[in-house]
Design a protein around this ligand. Structure first.
Ligand SMILES: *Cc1c(COP(=O)(O)O)cnc(C)c1O
Length: 457
């Protein structure tokens, strides 16, 4: 049996659910609502970003136990589209979508593993890493992109004249957009800051035949241009201003709880740049609570690179002022953002989840990634930021030795091999690596190899 698509199932099958469920866009300020298949990103009245609101009353037709049973059954299923970690929660994500319009590359269901030795090195027994980078394009962005591109496919099938989907990106959003658009047969256009994404991130959208525009600016500059581009007819915007993506990304929190047999961890640490993902994380927990599957909340820490820390600075000032900054170069290039579009959303989430914000310097993030790698990870620099912030929260005693902590690893380290090579070759800018490891060049000679091995043990 094929693990992916086994042909489209009949409308009613083992996993079919009543389709009275629905969701819509809602303006937080004015309560106005709009259909999710309308081309709209902000409230026409307040200019605020729109939220996706689900009909929770309808979803309450199932008991918490019955949702748990349904989601657990789908976890091992091969039935289209439920094998995907996102579409296995379809009723909570985007219930109105026709299964024929779903564009899925089997995203989600990423591993959550016990980081036993790294946790022990920090005095923590119960540290877990959620490896969201183990995904089709190597980052959590796939979770949101499957939802957005599926909705666009449905809109096109209904006659909405969309010719292309565009995004500005620090590298991972464009890789995901290009892949899902290629799978759907929709034109993708990506705006990247020239020279500020990794080789892997650049070649991904090129390979998927997106129009790749490398602009002589930073991410915030690309974002300013893409917002204007999205005003043109036929162009649809895929940045996280578009809250459809957050509906898919929301499944990370739900999946973590599911992987703990529906228990809630004490802390979740998540790297943040544009801050859509932390808002999505909170939205997943919100839904679990609203529908009675959990009764307590985790605390959330957003981890920022010191070079791109506008949320950290605002947090230090008690949220009273928010000043966009010009983000400085950081190895954590996917979070090099000075003017996050989801700032307000993130503050709402952090207030609800007793949130904190920490930051990590280039030295701290590099050493944390390297130290964790020596216990079996292959951490991307953003995960390094989260791991460094974890150490700080343990140091400040906010995280206690007995706490269950989940670090969200946002991308595959394999997209950031250049960072790791430079670390181990002592070539990171202004950083003296503490734990470098180099290949040993040896002659083709048994005794020389034997000596090297015996000397190392
Ligand atoms: C996009 C991204 C982030 C940041 O997510 P936001 O929603 O922008 O806060 C973090 N890490 C990686 C690897 C990313 O691609």
């Amino acid at each position: 049996m094929c693990l992916f698509r086994t042909g489209r199932p009949p409308a009613s099958g083992l996993f079919s659910a009543p389709m009275s469920y629905s969701c819509r866009y809602r303006c937080v300020g004015t309560e106005e609502t709009f259909p999710v298949d309308q081309v709209i990103y902000r409230s026409p009245t307040t200019g605020e970003l729109l939220e996706v609101e689900h009909d929770l009353a309808a979803l309450k037709d199932r008991s918490p136990a019955s949702w748990i049973k349904l989601f657990d059954e789908r976890k091992g299923s091969n039935k289209w589209p439920y094998a995907s970690g996102v579409w296995g929660k379809k009723e909570w994500v985007m219930p109105g979508i026709d299964d024929n319009n779903i564009v899925s590359l089997h995203e989600g269901h990423t591993n959550l593993f016990w980081a036993e030795r790294y946790g022990a090195s920090l005095g923590l027994d119960d540290l877990w890493i959620k490896l969201c980078g183990n995904s089709h394009t190597g980052s959590f962005k796939d979770l949101g992109m499957t939802v957005l591109v599926s909705v666009v496919k449905q809109m096109i099938s209904q006659g909405t004249p969309i010719q292309a989907i565009v995004c500005a990106s620090t590298g991972d959003t464009s890789a995901a957009l290009a892949a899902y658009c290629a799978a759907a047969g929709i034109r993708a256009v990506v705006l990247l800051p020239a020279g500020k994404v990794t080789t892997a991130q650049l070649v991904q959208p090129l390979a998927n035949n997106a129009l790749v525009c490398a602009l002589d600016t930073d991410f915030d500059g690309c974002m300013a241009i893409v917002k204007r581009l999205a005003e043109e007819d036929g162009i649809y915007l895929a940045n996280s201003m578009n809250s459809l993506r957050l509906e898919g990304q929301k499944t990370v929190g739900i999946e973590v709880v599911q992987q703990f047999d529906w228990q809630v961890p004490d802390w979740v640490i998540i790297p943040g740049g544009n801050l859509g993902n932390v808002s999505a994380l909170g939205a997943g927990f919100d839904m679990l609570e609203a529908l009675g599957l959990i009764t307590r909340r985790p605390r959330i820490c957003v981890a920022q690179a010191q070079a791109a820390n506008p949320l950290y600075l605002a947090y230090q000032k008690g949220w009273h002022t928010f000043e966009p900054i010009t983000a400085q170069p950081t190895e954590a290039s996917a979070i090099r953002i000075g003017n996050p579009v989801s700032f307000q959303r993130a503050v709402r989430t952090l207030e609800k989840y007793e949130g904190v914000v920490e930051q990590a310097s280039e030295k701290e993030l590099s050493e944390a990634a390297a130290a964790a790698d020596r216990t079996g990870t292959f951490a991307c620099p953003h995960t390094g930021v989260a791991l460094a912030c974890l150490s700080k929260l343990i140091g400040s005693k906010q995280i206690k030795p007995g706490d269950r902590v989940v670090v969200v690893s946002t991308a595959s380290g394999l997209k950031f091999t250049d960072f790791k090579i430079r670390y181990h070759e002592q070539r990171l800018r202004d950083i003296d690596s503490d734990l470098p490891n180099q290949p040993k060049s040896l002659p083709n000679d048994y005794e020389a190899v034997k000596r090297a091995v015996l000397n190392s043990i």
